[in-house]
Design a protein around this ligand. Structure first.
Ligand SMILES: [Zn+2]
Length: 400
């Protein structure tokens, strides 16, 4: 299984974000070309007028906004936006050279529809799907052109495309949104290699679920529930900070956690319980030989690989499992509530807003949580496996 290599490595396209963090990868491209006849690249080039709304938005025919609209409200820290798509954010699946995909693109679209209706998102999603090994040069160029048009400005297009040329064949899946292109929705990059593994095609959908959850997480990090508006912090914008800080173990562990339950609830050929145990094994392997000071806390901004495994993923996943085991109500809190309060907490406390969101949501001090969880991860495997919920519980747990 190629989990690790795929899940984690985040590489960024030159044009997209040279920032440090990112579980939210922005790795690919977007725009819509439902069949490989791309009609889309026209959009962002023309029309220099600001914030023109494409009234006739449809997938394959351009972006909703050609550029960022004017804020509808400003206060001392944030600019707030109300986007035309908020009542019904679209999902566009852009497929390149579908003849190479042997119907897997249809499978992906069905799963994407399921994800969209069962874990409702608040922003548009621009999915890009291509076979990164066998696609033609022309298709790859179209893919990157579309993606670069999504995440960047027209003036950056050539650099963006050139900066990504060498990474074909070595690209990771990615999903998420940054403030600068929030008005156009998130990107979600997935490659056909996800679906051609020993475990079978259905198993590859876990990557789609994982990246989908990143779009959910990052969209909510900008959303103010009470105002029903998206807010971008003015100082972040000035400093080139693309996304509020979220610890990697929450970003990645949360996406792995969500991916299990999102997979479990679809009718797929996939064993979610076994996958959960595999995540535990990865965490245990990363801890092997560690000294007593080893802590989840060290994986807030570090995504190091130890003994070939990434603790931010496996350990982050187990941290979610552990919280769920403490209290049944925590399931919904892990899936939804933490993200719902995030933007408001971040506004009040840009340095540590996520900690406030964590402590308020779970009613635990973060310090106590780290110390209890670290001790738990030092126990034997049997007691750790014992807190992983059964297949039925993964299927039946609800975030509504
Ligand atoms: Zn991820």
């Amino acid at each position: 299984m190629r989990y690790l290599s795929i899940f984690l490595i985040l590489f960024f396209l030159g044009c997209a974000a040279n920032e440090e963090m990112d579980f939210s990868s922005n790795s690919l491209e977007e725009v819509s070309t439902s069949n490989s006849n791309n009609t889309s690249s026209n959009n962002s080039t023309s029309s220099s007028s600001n914030s023109v709304i494409n009234q006739n938005f449809e997938c394959g025919n351009g972006y909703y906004y050609l550029s960022r609209p004017e804020p509808s409200e400003i206060d001392d820290t944030h600019e707030y936006f109300q986007y035309g798509w908020q009542s019904s954010p679209p999902v566009c699946v852009n497929v390149y050279q579908s003849e190479l995909l042997e119907g897997r693109d249809e499978k992906l679209k069905i799963s994407m529809d399921w994800l969209k209706s069962n874990l409702q998102n608040i922003i548009p999603i621009n999915v890009f799907y291509i076979d990164q090994f066998n696609a033609s040069e022309e298709s790859k160029l179209q893919h990157d052109t579309d993606f670069c048009n999504l995440v960047g400005e027209p003036s950056e297009l050539d650099d963006c495309i050139a900066g990504n040329l060498d990474s074909w064949g070595d690209r990771s899946y990615g999903g998420g949104v940054y403030g600068r292109y929030l008005h156009k929705g998130a990107d979600l990059m997935i490659y056909d290699d996800a679906f051609v593994q020993d475990e079978g095609e259905d198993s590859g959908l876990i990557y789609l679920a994982h990246e989908y959850f990143h779009t959910f997480q990052t969209g909510h990090m900008f959303y103010f529930e009470e105002k029903q508006k998206f807010g971008i912090r003015i100082e972040d914008e000035e400093n080139g900070v693309s996304l509020p800080f979220l610890p990697i173990w929450i970003g990645e562990g949360g996406a792995d956690f969500a991916s299990i339950t999102l997979m479990a609830k679809q009718n797929l050929d996939f064993n979610h319980y076994d996958q959960a145990v595999r995540f535990l094994n990865q965490a245990r392997e990363a801890m092997r030989g560690s000294n007593p000071s080893f802590s989840l806390e060290n994986f807030e901004s570090e995504n190091t690989r130890i003994n070939d495994e990434y603790y931010a993923y496996g350990g982050g996943f187990m941290a979610h499992v552990y919280l769920w085991h403490l209290n049944q109500d925590n399931f919904k809190k892990l899936m939804i509530d933490f993200y719902s309060v995030f933007a408001e907490k971040y506004k009040l406390n840009p340095t540590d807003g996520w900690k406030d969101a964590f402590e308020e949501t779970f009613g635990l001090s973060l310090e106590d949580f780290y110390s209890d969880f670290d001790a738990f991860m030092r126990q034997d495997k049997e007691s750790q496996v014992a807190i992983i919920k059964s297949t039925e519980e993964w299927i039946n747990s609800s975030w509504n």
